[in-house]
Design a protein around this ligand. Sequence first.
Ligand code: ZN
Length: 284
Amino acid sequence: MMPRPVELVLAVLVAILGGALLVLWPIQAPPPAPDAPVMDEDPLMEPEPEPEPEPEPEPEPEPEGPLLDDGLDPVAFLPPGDLAPDSGVGQALQINYAPQMRFPLEAGQAYANSQVYGHGGYLGPGGGQCDAENYSYAWRDNFCETRGYATPLCPAGTGHQGQDIRPASCEDARHWAVAAGDGVITSVGSYSVRLMSPEGVRYTYLHLDRDSLLIAPGDEVVRGQRLGLVSNEFGGNATTIHLHFEIRMAVETGQGLQNTHVPPYLALVESYQRLLTEPESEHG
Ligand SMILES: [Zn+2]
């Protein structure tokens, strides 16, 4: 009779062998696949067979409408409140204050970014306003950019009150600004147009080309209607070619209900996405 430890070792060995056999059995003796390729044993007999062609990938569906030109970067948006470096403290709340709004330019492409802190701006990194970086994605919020204007929804209490948007190309008086909704033109200044919606939301457009304006105070307009051409006019001075766009409405500011400027960034982002993806719904 064997001593007990040897018995144990043998039992374990048998168990391991049995287990290994169970695991390895199907691998050691795979059933022949019915459609397995027959390997050519003699490399001199036949030329290599042509490899099976890869299946053609499904073609991407063509986008509809006047959308992305070839060669442009894909649309991209930095989050609300993410201002240009050293240009102020942004408001990062994810609130779309005008969810039904139509994008205020008739057509893309458009580039929301800072005209002051961008190329060609007086606090920018140099270069001209037509620098390609100004006319590329990603979009950047500049509602709370450092300015002296009362903007209670900005962390500093002051800010820029609106968003700067460059049109598709760096050309003066070429691209149409349009009504963000149905409403009445309540004022036309030397470089400003104001549009009041029936719900009391006021849209402000700055720097439209005065000679191109198609509206006058008191006019009723419909969503998507042309107002004037985006320009660099600034009341006798020149700024860069851009639309400065504001939304003003009654909101709770922390000091009660106030009629004040609200961050337009998310309303612009979402209306721009609709413009690019469902242009038919944005014609007004
Ligand atoms: Zn501005």
